[in-house]
Design a protein around this ligand. Structure first.
Ligand code: NDP
Length: 327
């Protein structure tokens, strides 16, 4: 089997997760980590891992089979993915759902021009959850799809509370409401409001002299982020925040509830329970990097999403092996 040479672009949570995932996949090697910062400042998980400046990447075209882009969806990927897709096959985790069509168009134009293969918006949501939503709708057209997130740490909501006046630090957990999940699992296809599906729990460290009740009110009434949810705010110390809330767990469920006839209903559920959101996301990105490499070798250029990739292409096993072992 061929070895797939992976380049990591950006070394944050996902970048470190991709390093860990490459170590679990014997058919992959780490060709290099590329960063906008001073390479000497980075601490790769793998001792001696090669770290380069991002601008060196252009000269490394023949050292790399697939780039895994680990930048942020807000500012990094909209620029980096179209730019790099001209010269490299790549995978990204772009998760701004409303902007996926325009991101696809920009990356596709670059990949078609450069005759490369790119796959955008891999991960778990978008990603594995998207596949399960498509499967649910296709297999049970008369039905309803429900996505629940959590219990998990939400980066965006945590950032929002850290920007409230009087707050020194904090995190936010999104938690599915148990009764709502049970109703959905029962197959009754309930209509659920935003408030009925999820609640939010915040752990907040106050600045010296800050007014706790004022901070609580500013959080629970914050438009878009908290006002449509039941939100609980717990005040904790900086030590407790560091000790109890440094991990990044996440997960959730995609449930399709539908009828094949008036008499028979079916409930199909896909569940994720993740100790580390970035490490799982990175594991998905690396499996898709393998698929991108194979698509490219088969002459399939342009931009793809998880909907376009056959499951067998994700596996290190051959088609023959998969038919013998897993069918
Ligand atoms: P980070 O903020 O940890 O990293 C983003 C980039 O910021 C890095 O690539 C790095 O680029 C730079 N960076 C990292 N640490 C530092 C630092 N200490 N100082 C300065 N710059 C730094 O983001 P994540 O890795 O957690 O997530 C990346 C994106 O992945 C998110 O924006 C999210 O949209 C997406 N995501 C998608 C999921 C999905 O299911 N599809 C799930 C989870 C996340 P550089 O090395 O070049 O400086």
């Amino acid at each position: 089997a061929t070895t797939i040479r992976i380049g990591i672009v950006g070394h944050g949570n996902l970048g470190r997760g991709v390093e860990a995932a490459i170590a679990k996949n014997p058919d992959m090697v780490l060709a290099g980590i590329y960063t906008r910062r001073d390479p000497a400042q980075l601490k790769p998980l793998t001792a001696g891992a090669p770290v380069y400046r991002l601008q060196d990447l252009a000269g490394h075209k023949d050292r790399i089979d697939v780039l895994v882009l680990c930048g942020g969806s807000k500012d990094d990927l909209p620029v980096q993915s179209p730019q790099l897709a001209r010269d490299f096959c790549l995978v990204d985790s772009f998760d701004t759902h409303a902007r996926i069509p325009e991101h696809f168009a920009a990356v596709d134009a670059a990949a078609q021009a450069g005759k490369t293969t790119a796959l955008i918006s891999a991960g778990w949501d978008p990603g594995m959850f998207s596949i399960n939503r498509v499967m649910g709708e296709a297999l049970l057209p008369d039905g309803a799809t429900y996505t629940f997130w959590g219990k998990g740490l939400s980066q965006g909501h945590s950032d929002a509370i850290r920007h409230v006046a009087g707050v020194a630090g904090g995190v936010q957990y999104t938690i599915p409401v148990d009764e709502a999940v049970e109703q959905v699992r029962s197959g009754t296809r309930p209509q659920l409001s935003t408030r009925q599906k999820h609640r939010r729990e915040c752990y907040v460290v106050l600045k010296d002299g800050a007014d706790a009740e004022g901070v609580r009110r500013a959080i629970v009434t914050m438009p878009h982020y908290f006002d449509e949810y039941d939100t609980t705010v717990h005040f904790i110390s900086a030590d407790e925040l560091a000790r109890d809330h440094a991990a990044m767990p996440h997960g959730g469920f995609v449930i399709r509830s539908g009828n094949s006839s008036a008499a028979n209903k079916h409930v199909v559920e896909y569940r994720l329970q993740l100790d580390s959101n970035p490490e799982f996301t990175s594991s998905v990105l690396v499996a898709y990097a393998r698929a991108v490499h194979r698509l490219h070798q088969a002459g399939q250029m342009g931009c793809k999403t998880v909907f376009d990739v056959a499951p067998g292409l994700l596996s290190p096993k051959s088609a023959e092996q998969l038919r013998a072992e897993l069918l």
